[in-house]
Ligand binder design. Structure first.
Ligand code: NAP
Length: 275
């Protein structure tokens, strides 16, 4: 019987996950389809029960349900537990278990730039995505990670938990030239002409500037970094790799990520500039 997978969120019409997973199902000869489902917060429990009744084989969870889904599931793995957020649900028989592939997705994308784990990393932001990335960086051997955030207390808390350092924003702006990799994980940048979450005045040419926002493909942060002579990495790679890790959890197969990055980049109207 044809299998089906889904992504639930509010809003959801913008999601590129159906295009990505349907392409991979086809490429891998899997008889399955992937559908976006608009679920408002007040309907989450009912929606999950419907997914179960209708026999969903697995699904992605996006904003604003990444935390609210947890008590409804039969369990979560270590990564989702540590992040207190789920973006992927895997079905095993009648059980639905939550996982989170965002942090590892980012690090996979970062590793395509051949960045060394010895690099000095500055993480801007201390929200859900920064949380996953900070732990994933540590797991993959990046030992020197500093976190800065608009609300400094959150940076301190995340740094304590993930074995990183924290720095107040003004100090990070002054010492920006000390870092080899600067990762923008805040939601700033979704609008074309938004102010930057941090001043890039002191950034060093040659530094790798990475933004996890992928629409627009070239955020104000990446534009300024490029003007300053930095290498840049946009958020498409993270999006594709988090999806690839989910796809592998569902099907046991590793999908083609290079072609997908190209395809999503073109879909967003950009040129592929990450490598
Ligand atoms: P979140 O948990 O709501 O965290 C938001 C972060 O942004 C916090 O650190 C917050 O700082 C900061 N922030 C918000 N507005 C700011 C402003 N005006 N100036 C400075 N800092 C500001 O969000 P999230 O789940 O981490 O997601 C963050 C972004 O990552 C979203 O745009 C999302 O679309 C993107 N994302 C991309 C991928 C991908 O696959 N590429 C995956 C996941 C997420 P405070 O603590 O001070 O509020």
């Amino acid at each position: 019987m044809k299998k089906w997978y889904a992504v639930i969120g509010d809003p959801i019409s913008h999601s590129l996950s159906p295009l990505m997973h349907d392409t991979w199902f086809k490429e891998n000869g899997i008889d399955a389809t992937f559908i976006p489902i608009h679920v408002e917060p007040s309907n989450l429990k009912q929606a999950f029960e419907s997914l179960q009744t209708l026999g969903v084989s697995g699904f992605n969870v996006t904003l604003p349900h990444k935390q609210a889904i947890i008590p409804l599931l039969d369990g979560v793995d270590d990564t989702a537990s540590m992040m207190d957020a789920v973006n992927t649900v895997v079905r095993g028989g009648k059980l639905y278990k939550g996982s989170n592939t965002d942090g590892d997705g980012f690090v996979e994308s970062l590793l395509t730039t051949e960045s060394s784990p010895d690099s000095k990393v500055l993480l801007i932001g201390a929200g859900g995505a920064a949380r996953g990335i900070s732990f994933a960086l540590k797991r993959r051997g990046f030992g020197d990670v500093t976190i800065t955030n608009r609300t400094h207390r959150r940076a301190e808390e995340l740094a304590d938990e993930s074995g990183s350092k924290s720095m107040v924003k003004a100090e990070a702006e002054k010492k920006l030239g000390d870092f080899d990799i600067i990762i923008q994980t805040t939601s700033v940048g979704l609008a074309e002409n938004e102010a930057l979450p941090i001043s890039l005045q002191n950034i060093r040419a040659g530094t790798l500037a990475a933004d996890i926002v992928y629409n627009p493909i070239k955020t104000p942060f990446l534009k300024v970094a490029e003007e300053k002579g930095c290498k840049t990495l946009n958020g498409v790679g993270m999006f594709v790799y988090q999806g690839a890790i989910a796809f592998e959890k569902w099907t046991g197969l590793k999908p083609d990520t290079d072609n997908m990055i190209q395809m999503i980049t073109e879909k967003l109207g950009g040129t592929y500039v990450n490598r």
